[in-house]
Design a binder for this molecule. Structure first.
Ligand code: SF4
Length: 233
C-alpha cells in the first residue's frame, strides 16, 4: 500500500506567483533537507513517520475539499521532490491525473526530477537567493527552462538589494542564452512574526523598475489577509 508523509491538505486561494487568487487544494508534504534559513514552514522539515497517510486517506481528503468543483491541486512542502518522496509522489500524481486534476508542483530549484516534471501540468521553480543560503545553479536553471519552461514560472524570494541583484544576474544569464524566459516572479520576503513589510515591498518594486521591469513582483496574499504565521490558509 502506498503511504505518503503529509503535513496538511487544505483549500486556499494563495497560488503563489502568477496563480495568485486561484482556488486550489494544497497538499503539503512533510520532510525537507534543503535548509533555507528564511523558510516560513520549518515545521515541515522533519521526516517524521507520525505524518504517514495512506494514498486512500489523501485522495479522500482531496475529494472532500474538491466537491468536484475545484479540480486543481498544488503539491508543496517541505520538499516534495526529495528522493525519498518520489515513489509515493508519483503514485499520487497518477491518481490525481486519472481523476482529471490540474497539478502544479512547487520545486525548490535544487533538482530536476524528469519523471515528475513530465507528468505535472505546471512547475513553479524556485531560484534561491543569497538570503536563503541555498544556491540554485544557473546551469540547472538553463536546463530546466530548456526542458520545462513552456509550463513553468520561476520564483525568487527577495529580502534585499543583494537578493535582487543575484536574481537579475541569473535572469541576464538565461537571457543571454537566447531561451524564452517563462514568467519570473519576485516575492518580497515576509518573515514569520512580521507585520506587512511595506518598505521592503516598495524597495523590490523600485529595484525592478530601475532594472527595466524584467520581473513580476507578486506577494504572498495569504500573509496579507491572515497574518504571517497563519497556517492552512
Ligand atoms: S525548500 Fe521550502 S520547505 Fe524546504 S527549507 Fe526551503 S522554503 Fe523551507
Amino acid at each position: 500500500m502506498t503511504t505518503l508523509l503529509i503535513n496538511s491538505i487544505y483549500r486556499a486561494t494563495e497560488g503563489e506567483g502568477i496563480h495568485i487568487g486561484v482556488p486550489q487544494i494544497f497538499v503539503r508534504f512533510q520532510g525537507c533537507h534543503v535548509g533555507c534559513v528564511n523558510c516560513d514552514t520549518k515545521e515541515t522539515w522533519d521526516f517524521d513517520p507520525a505524518y504517514t497517510k495512506s494514498i486512500d486517506e489523501v485522495m479522500e481528503r482531496i475529494e472532500t475539499l474538491s466537491q468536484d468543483i475545484i479540480k486543481r491541486v498544488s503539491i508543496t512542502g517541505g520538499d516534495p521532490l526529495h528522493p525519498s518522496h518520489i515513489p509515493s509522489l508519483l503514485n499520487l500524481i497518477n491518481e490525481l491525473k486519472s481523476r482529471n486534476y490540474f497539478i502544479n508542483i512547487e520545486a525548490a530549484g535544487t533538482r530536476i526530477v524528469k519523471e515528475v516534471f513530465d507528468l505535472v501540468d505546471f512547475i513553479s521553480y524556485d531560484f534561491k537567493t543569497p538570503s536563503t543560503t541555498v544556491k540554485t545553479s544557473k546551469e540547472l536553471l538553463i536546463k530546466f527552462i530548456e526542458d520545462y519552461g513552456f509550463k513553468a514560472q520561476i520564483k525568487a524570494v527577495v529580502s534585499d538589494k543583494k537578493d535582487f541583484e543575484a536574481t537579475f544576474d541569473a535572469f541576464y544569464f538565461v537571457k543571454k542564452s537566447g531561451l524564452t524566459i517563462p514568467p519570473w516572479c519576485l516575492t518580497p520576503c515576509f518573515e514569520p512574526g512580521e507585520q506587512f513589510p511595506m518598505n521592503r515591498f516598495q524597495q523590490v518594486v523600485q529595484l525592478n523598475e530601475s532594472f527595466g521591469l524584467p520581473f513580476r513582483v507578486i506577494g504572498q496574499q495569504h500573509k496579507w489577509v491572515y497574518g504571517s504565521e497563519a497556517r492552512l490558509v
